[in-house]
Write a protein that binds this ligand. Structure first.
Ligand code: KG4
Ligand code: ZN
Length: 352
C-alpha cells in the first residue's frame, strides 16, 4: 500500500510517500526566510506560498520515485491544527487528488503525526507516553494505539517553542530563534535559580510558559547589555560567555520543567515503558540529553526522532496515514479542516 502524505499546516510545504511502512521519498519547501523578514509567520503569505509550491512539489516527488498519481492508494493530509488558509491548500489538494484517482482519503491530526513519525525510525509499542513540543503546542499524551489518544496535559498559554521564539525575539535574534538559543545555551552554563521553572508546584500535567517568558523579559530589561550584544551577533562563536550563560539558564528552565512533568506522567502510568518526544523543540540538544538520561534512569525506552523528522514534514503525515489506512480507516470527502484552537473530531470510519 502506497500512502502520500501532505503537510501544509504552517510554513513548510512538504509531501512524502510511504510504501508498506517504509519511507520512499520526501520533498519540502520552507518559507522560513520569507517570514523571518516579518519576525513571525504571516498567515496570508504562508497560504500563497503553499499554493505556489504544492503542485510542483507533487510533480517532483512523482518524478523522483517513478510513480504516477494512479499508483497512490491513500492520500493523507494534515487537517489541523494549524493556520486555516494554509491547511485548506493541503486539504483541497488532497481531496481533489483522491476524487480524481479514487484513492482513499485520510485527514490527519498534525500533532499525532509528529509523535507517530517515531515509527519511521523504530518500531512503535503501545501504550506509549508522547511528549509533543512544537512552536504551537506542548502536549502530553497516553497513546493507546494510532487511533486512540488520551490527552494527559497541555500548555495553558504559550507553547515551549513559542517561549523559545519570544525570548529569542526579545534578545533581537532572528526568527525562529529556538535553534539559536539552543546553540548559544550549549556554549554556556546555567546560573542556578536565575529563571523559575514555571508551573511545577502543583499536581497537574499541564504546562504554562508565559511566566518564564515574562521573567526573562524582566531580567533582560535590567541587563540591556545582553540584548545589545545578541542583536548584533554575526556568529554563535562570537557570543560572550555571559550571554551564553543566560541562554543556558533559559534552556535549562524549559527543559527541566518538561522533564518534571514527563516524569510525573510516567509515575502515574506505570504500564507505560516507552516515551516518544517529538515536535520542533525535540531538536533541542539539552532536551534530548535530559530525556535520554531520564529514560536510562527509569530503564525505559525512548524514541527521539532525528531533528529533520522533528520539525514539520510530509513524511510524518504519510506514515501516520499509512498506519491508519492499515487499520482500515478513512474519511469521507467532506471532512472538515480544523484551525488551531478547535478540537479535532474523531470522525474517521475504521474497519478495525
Ligand atoms: O514542530 P515545528 O516545526 O512547527 C510547529 O508545528 O510549530 O516546531 C517549530 C518550533 C519553533 O518554535 C522553533 O523555534 C522550535 O520548534 N525549535 C527549537 C529548536 N529547533 C526548532 N527550539 C529549541 N531548540 C531547538 N534546537
Ligand atoms: Zn508541527
Amino acid at each position: 500500500m502506497i500512502c502520500l502524505g501532505i503537510e501544509s499546516s504552517c510554513d513548510e510545504t512538504s509531501l512524502a510517500l510511504v510504501r508498506d511502512g517504509q519511507l520512499l521519498d520526501a520533498v519540502l519547501a520552507t518559507q522560513a526566510d520569507i517570514h523571518a523578514l516579518f519576525g513571525g509567520v504571516v498567515p496570508e503569505l504562508a497560504s500563497r506560498e503553499h499554493y505556489r509550491f504544492i503542485g510542483p512539489l507533487f510533480d517532483v516527488l512523482m518524478e523522483r520515485t517513478g510513480l504516477a498519481a494512479a499508483d497512490v492508494n491513500v492520500v493523507a493530509v494534515s487537517r489541523g491544527p494549524g493556520l486555516l488558509g494554509s491547511l485548506l491548500v493541503g486539504t483541497a489538494f488532497a481531496k481533489g487528488l483522491a476524487l480524481g484517482t479514487g484513492a482513499r482519503l485520510i485527514g490527519i491530526n498534525h500533532l499525532h503525526a509528529h509523535l507517530l513519525a517515531a515509527g519511521l525510525q523504530e518500531p512503535l509499542r503501545f501504550p506509549s507516553l508522547g511528549l509533543l513540543v512544537s512552536g504551537g503546542h506542548t502536549h502530553l499524551y497516553r497513546i493507546v494505539s494510532p487511533r486512540a489518544w488520551e490527552q494527559l496535559g497541555r500548555t495553558l498559554d504559550d507553547a515551549a517553542g513559542e517561549a523559545f521564539d519570544k525570548v529569542a525575539k526579545t534578545l533581537g535574534l532572528p526568527y525562529p530563534g529556538g535553534r539559536l538559543l539552543d546553540a548559544l545555551g550549549q556554549r554556556g552554563d546555567p546560573v542556578p535559580h536565575l529563571f523559575p521553572r514555571p508551573y511545577i508546584d502543583n499536581d497537574t500535567l499541564d504546562f504554562s510558559f508565559s511566566g518564564l517568558k515574562t521573567a526573562v523579559s524582566g531580567y533582560l530589561g535590567e541587563h540591556p547589555e545582553h540584548t545589545a550584544v545578541a542583536g548584533k551577533l554575526r556568529a554563535v562563536e562570537d557570543a560572550p560567555q555571559a550571554l551564553c550563560d543566560v541562554c543556558a539558564s533559559f534552556n535549562w528552565a524549559v527543559v527541566d520543567t518538561l522533564r518534571i512533568k514527563t516524569e510525573r506522567a510516567l509515575d502515574r502510568h506505570p504500564d507505560i515503558n516507552t516515551l516518544i518526544v517529538a515536535g520542533g523543540v525535540a531538536a533541542n540538544t539539552l532536551l534530548r540529553a535530559e530525556m535520554t538520561a531520564l529514560m536510562q534512569r527509569r530503564k525505559g525506552r525512548l524514541i527521539l526522532p532525528s531533528p529533520t523528522l522533528c520539525t514539520d514534514n510530509g513524511s510524518m503525515v504519510a506514515y501516520a496515514g499509512w498506519l491508519l489506512a492499515d487499520r482500515g480507516c478513512e474519511h469521507a470527502l467532506d471532512f472538515e479542516t480544523i484551525p488551531r484552537g478547535r478540537r479535532i473530531p474523531d470522525d474517521m470510519r475504521c474497519v478495525e
